[in-house]
Design a protein around this ligand. Structure first.
Ligand SMILES: *Cc1c(COP(=O)(O)O)cnc(C)c1O
Length: 404
């Protein structure tokens, strides 16, 4: 049974907390986490929630209760994770292009460290030798992912250390005694083809032969979720089965039993999220009918930044006749959420909901145009809990220093 919030629930929450509002459904997150756990039950798997997709402290606590670990890309995400109750050994720190001090700060907090360039690897090895195990982020040069902006494993990507630099990595490891406990790859977001992961794994197995102390291989994320009715999702059950076969085979050949780690973000939280906005105005031009809503790319930037599709419904008039609308925001910048969408007739004041708003929604929001960030609400056991207040006017002036 798939978990969903009803239109009535969303309307009542929006009436209570105002619009725009992000609403997350705890039981949906639990459903997705269990789906993953079951799919990889035959592997020795660990899941690290990629918290950059949604970092509200309550979501982190929920993930912790479910038994997830945490993947963090900044030292502040690491600190949020610790504050949410994760043990240091449940946290993986996977930053990119940070300075050595930030890496050291992670080490001093005792979390797993994932190093993604030769310079830091050498500095870390020189300073700490074999006293602190590390993971190395490799770039397997596999082109994958929903679009170029979210692909990270290709030749022009800034992420990871190229597999063609293995000799250099080995030199550093040999001369510093560095303890390499894990190898990591993350080829991008929204990967539909299970074979991309298997291809990556083959590369990782080859690389694994260089590191006798290896304990795990981290395959990153990229699990795709459906955004519209005919959309596909990564077949995690099939992937789980194929991976367990591959790891068993590897064990037979080498006598080594490796853990597999994953870092799902979108997969765990995307579908749990709803973003409810209000239709401010209906504006008929010579070419189209616009619905202007009380939001914009300051609240949900994925449609503009990635050309992402978010399903939109009018929950205030769900039996109204369907009409064709272009949905835009109220920002002084072209902020089109959707062109030519069939939506039940929209009247000024109606609530519209954007689906799949859990991942990279609130998290990428801003105060552009001096507009306020929305509230966040968590629905758990049927109860709607406010987990972030809507910004207030004073928040716009916070940290500003009036010198004139
Ligand atoms: C963003 C990111 C993820 C999560 O990607 P999703 O597509 O949200 O699952 C995982 N690992 C790393 C290193 C990332 O940067």
């Amino acid at each position: 049974m798939s978990q969903q919030l009803t239109k009535e629930q969303l309307i009542s929450i929006t009436n209570q907390f105002g619009s725009p509002v992000y609403v997350y459904h705890a039981e949906k997150i639990e459903e997705k986490f269990n789906l993953l756990s079951n799919a990889f039950a035959a592997c020795n798997a660990r899941f690290f929630y990629a918290c950059k997709s949604l970092t509200n402290i309550n979501i982190l606590k929920l993930m912790h209760q479910l038994g997830a670990n945490l993947d963090c890309v900044s030292i502040n995400e690491v600190k949020l994770g610790l504050q949410a109750g994760f043990e240091p050994n449940q946290i993986l720190f996977t930053p990119n292009c940070v300075d050595f001090e930030e890496i050291e700060a992670g080490k001093n907090l005792g979390v797993h460290i994932n190093i993604d360039n030769i310079s830091i690897l050498e500095q870390f090895g020189n300073k700490y030798g074999n006293t602190y195990p590390v993971c190395i982020r490799l770039n397997p040069h596999i082109m994958a992912g929903g679009n170029f902006k979210i692909s990270t494993g290709h030749i022009d990507s800034k992420f990871g250390i190229s597999i063609h630099q293995m000799r250099h990595i080995e030199r550093i490891v040999k001369s510093t005694g560095l303890h390499v406990a894990g190898l990591h790859m993350h080829t991008g977001s929204e990967i539909k083809d299970v074979n991309v992961f298997l291809q990556g794994l083959e590369v990782m197995f080859e690389m694994a032969s260089h590191f006798p102390n290896l304990a795990f291989i981290d395959l990153g994320s990229g699990f795709k979720v459906p955004y519209h009715e005919d959309d596909y999702a990564t077949d995690v059950n099939k992937l789980g089965q194929k991976l367990s076969e591959a790891f068993n085979e590897y064990q037979k050949e080498t006598g080594k039993s490796l853990q597999v780690w994953f870092e799902p973000g979108k997969f765990l939280v995307s579908e749990s999220g709803y973003f409810v906005v209000k239709a401010n105005v209906i504006k008929q031009t010579t070419a189209t009918v616009f619905v202007g809503v009380n939001s914009g790319f300051n609240h949900l930037i994925r449609p503009m930044f990635y050309e992402a599709y978010h399903r939109i419904e009018n929950i205030s008039n769900s039996n109204g006749p369907e009409r064709i609308y272009t949905v835009v925001g109220n920002i002084c910048e072209t902020d089109t959420f959707a062109w030519d969408r069939k939506i039940n007739e929209v009247r000024e004041g109606d609530y519209l909901v954007f689906y799949n708003a859990g991942a990279y929604g609130f998290e990428m929001s801003s105060n552009f145009n001096s507009r306020l960030k929305p509230a966040e609400v968590l629905v758990k056991n049927g109860e709607a809990l406010l987990i972030r207040k809507r910004d207030e006017f004073q928040d716009l002036l916070r940290n500003q220093i009036e010198v004139l």
